[in-house]
Design a protein around this ligand. Structure first.
Ligand code: ZN
Length: 235
């Protein structure tokens, strides 16, 4: 099945648009610099056919790849971050949130829901690096906590795909608390005898590495993820 972000928005193109559209059929690999045909990249599940570099994948791509067709039900998509510190650096935190929501169409840096994976019931969460660097604040922590509660109540496995710069410093101590909060919830999942599979993608750094990303019963890393987590840069 063709991945959604490769589909053309226009079925009819003008001569002026033709060159632009043709250009969009190709993509330059960030690692080897080779120009790769998008259809070929799709065929290899976003792994560069020239150098095996793993391209970033949006949440929708993971859902399409992992979830059985028609089984995905998103949860807590309306949760939005508050600004408990009324934080401002070069820009207000509240303004950063608004622009991230506008740019990504997401309300925070993780998409979570339930689905079947090869008919096996799973709570699946995928982090969104494009939303403030995939930083973990109160909403990400709360959504993971709720996913664990649902997993325990419905006897599901938990799968989290990490792509994150670390904790969200604009929320100060509230963000750091999410490290303890998610760790405690994962302990509850463990005590319930349910599996947690952590998928680490590039980059996964900082407090995300220091909490839920490294607490999996099984930890899987896309190429580049392990290399980057050895050199935390964010917090
Ligand atoms: Zn490449």
């Amino acid at each position: 099945m063709a991945l959604e972000w490769f589909r053309r928005e226009r079925s009819v193109i003008s001569p002026e648009q033709k060159k632009t559209t043709q250009d969009a059929l190709w993509v330059k690999c960030d690692n080897c610099g080779e120009i790769v045909f998008k259809k070929e990249l799709e065929k290899f599940q976003l792994v560069c056919p020239k150098c095996s570099f793993h391209f970033a994948m949006p949440a929708e791509a993971y859902i399409e790849m992992l979830a059985d067709p028609g089984s995905w039900i998103e949860s807590d998509s309306k949760l939005k971050p508050l600004d408990p510190l009324n934080f401002k650096d070069s820009k207000k935190y509240s303004e950063r949130v608004v622009s991230s929501i506008k740019a990504t169409g997401k309300n925070d840096a993780i998409t979570i829901g339930s689905c079947l994976v090869n008919a096996f019931p799973v709570e699946l969460g995928i982090m969104e690096f494009s939303f403030m660097g995939g930083s973990v604040g109160s909403v990400v922590g709360e959504k993971i906590a709720r996913a664990v509660d649902r997993a325990i109540a419905e006897r599901r496995a938990l799968v989290l795909v990490s792509r994150s710069g670390g904790m969200r410093m604009q929320e100060g101590m509230v963000s750091l608390m999410q490290m303890a909060k998610t760790s405690v919830k994962l302990t509850q999942l463990d005590e319930a005898g349910l599996p947690y599979i952590s998928v680490i993608t590039n980059p996964t750094t900082g407090g995300t590495t220091a909490s839920f990303s490294m607490l999996g019963d099984v930890i899987v890393a896309r190429a580049g993820g392990i290399d980057r987590i050895c050199r935390p840069t964010c917090d």
